[in-house]
Design a binder for this molecule. Structure first.
Ligand SMILES: Nc1nc2c([nH]c(=O)n2[C@@H]2O[C@H](COP(=O)(O)OP(=O)(O)OP(=O)(O)O)[C@@H](O)[C@H]2O)c(=O)[nH]1
Length: 145
């Protein structure tokens, strides 16, 4: 990523939603940082890539599915400090249409979770508010403080 702020890590992620409104989660495999945590498919945005291109590439590499870029709907973003001092900036897209059947390609486990079940999964810190937002907005009930 070309950025005026080298301390930013730009990661793009996507919540695949099936016809029943369930969300696909992917469990980080052993050998990767934060192994065992459940996350949204995605990864680091490479230099010269847009976040949308990064999501399309990562979904293909990790799950063998092909979303079209215009099916990626911006949903929310996370911005949080990381333990190494950098700040992770992570746009989350939702996608309801893709080609192919999600098939773990990198030794990871996958799970389909109802939005109301997302808080049962251990997730990286940036994902926790995003999961809550998915639960609130996708289950149709929004409680305003
Ligand atoms: N893919 C993904 N990464 C996340 C999420 N939440 C979160 O904090 N991250 C963090 O974002 C960083 C980049 O993720 P990644 O390791 O999947 O990226 P990548 O596939 O491009 O990396 P690699 O090719 O070096 O393995 C990691 O530090 C990861 O822990 C998430 O929901 N999805």
């Amino acid at each position: 990523m070309t950025s005026s702020n080298g301390s930013l890590l730009l990661v793009a992620a996507c919540a695949l939603l099936d016809a029943d409104g369930r969300v696909l989660l992917s469990r980080r495999p052993q050998g990767k940082p934060q192994a065992g945590l459940w996350e949204f498919p995605g990864g680091k945005v490479e230099p010269a890539e847009t976040p949308e291109q990064a999501v399309v590439r990562e979904l293909r590499e990790e799950l063998g599915v092909e979303p079209c870029e215009r099916c990626l709907q911006p949903f929310a973003f996370a911005s949080q400090p990381m333990s190494d001092g950098r700040q992770i900036l992570m746009p989350l897209y939702v996608c309801r249409r893709w080609d192919g059947f999600p098939d773990p390609k990198e030794g990871q486990k996958i799970a389909w979770a109802r939005p109301t079940e997302l808080d049962r999964f251990d997730m990286p810190a940036p994902d926790v508010p995003l999961a809550a937002e998915l639960r609130d907005r996708l289950s149709g009930a929004r409680v305003l403080d």
